[in-house]
Design a protein around this ligand. Structure first.
Ligand code: FDA
Length: 301
């Protein structure tokens, strides 16, 4: 792994930096590139602007690893309120949540109850609710929870990471349940025995998984900004671009998002918002370490 990327991913999990860095104006200014603001109003306003360009949204309220169950209940409540607002606005939008934000470290049964409520509310609206994939220690539990949830709530989707050695087998295990999958490369700092480290190997794993899922999953979303890879997948799968949709993050390759929507791809923008942005933001910086660190440094001056 690139040493700068490794350092940034280490910093994303460091408690002291998490307490201090968000206070710096330059850091806060750099965050603006990746999120429209800290409130649901900011997220919804951004989604209304994107909708004009034919880009529906997926919302994430930032937060992870809560250390008290009341925070999990609050987060689930915020998501339910957001779904009500999406419904009232008639907006084409979904939500994507992290299990550790819903108390998965503390009481997995309580997390399941929150997920069921979110799935039920989303089903009433005819939408999918997504589960993000977190670091590798959570993968086994997340897949188990998803498999159980999927049998009662078919309108649920799971993010899977192409950099993990295990993902091909996990995909085979989930296949009989007709899953909905968002495929990403993977954003965490993982050891060699767990995840591929070389970008070319990760890209090949992504291609192999995507071409397989395009004909086996109920719905496939390519969560990537790698438009060359999307073009390769499109050329390789029966049905071409109609076999998948593409999802990208707010503020990243925005011109490409608009261009693809204009060209007839189904494209969705994932909008993250909320006050607890530090670890998520550092993972974004680490994805393009040199350019994004330079951007942060420019904001210092
Ligand atoms: P790659 O890193 O090869 O980037 C392709 C090009 O996109 C780069 O050359 C650059 O131009 C641009 N780019 C990518 N990231 C950038 C950045 N941060 N800043 C500036 N430019 C950038 N991960 C995870 O582990 N669990 C999850 O649940 C999710 N969920 C998720 C949802 C959606 C909709 C997306 C798009 C991504 C995720 N991810 C994720 C993150 C994912 O794992 C991955 O880290 C990033 O998408 C970056 O990888 P790319 O596939 O974009 O390719």
């Amino acid at each position: 792994m690139d040493p700068l990327r490794g350092t940034l991913l280490w910093a994303s999990g460091n408690a002291t930096l998490r307490r201090h860095l968000p206070r710096f104006r330059a850091v806060r200014k750099t965050v603006e590139r990746f999120m429209p603001g800290e409130t649901a109003d900011d997220g919804l306003a951004a989604a209304e602007r994107l909708a004009i360009d034919g880009l529906p949204a997926t919302f994430t309220l930032l937060g992870e690893n809560v250390d008290d169950l009341s925070q999990a209940t609050t987060a689930a409540g915020e998501y339910l309120k957001l779904l009500d607002r999406i419904d009232a606005l008639g907006m084409d939008a979904e939500v994507s949540v992290k299990l550790t934000q819903l108390g998965f470290d503390l009481e997995p049964d309580a997390t399941m109850v929150h997920m069921e409520r979110l799935a039920d509310r989303s089903a009433e609206m005819g939408r999918t609710v997504w589960i993000d994939m977190e670091s590798s220690t959570y993968v086994e539990g997340t897949i188990e929870l998803y498999a159980t949830l999927l049998t009662r709530s078919p309108n649920t989707g799971l993010c899977m990471q192409a950099y993990l050695h295990r993902t091909w087998d996990d995909v085979q295990k989930l296949a009989p349940l007709d899953p909905t999958i968002r495929l990403v490369k993977g954003a965490y700092r993982e050891p060699k025995d767990v995840a591929f480290q070389d970008k070319r190997v990760i890209d090949e794993s992504y291609f192999r998984l995507a071409t397989h899922l395009a004909t086996s999953a109920r719905r496939l979303t390519l969560g990537t900004h790698d438009t060359d890879l999307v073009a390769r997948i499109e050329a390789a799968v029966p049905g071409g671009r109609d076999a998948f949709e593409v999802a990208m993050l707010y503020g990243i390759r925005s011109d490409e998002q608009r261009r693809m929507a204009r060209d007839g791809y189904a494209v969705r923008t994932l909008i993250a918002y909320g006050p607890y942005w530090y670890p998520w933001f550092m993972r974004r910086i680490a994805e393009k370490p040199v350019a994004n660190t330079l951007l942060a440094l420019r904001n210092v001056f």
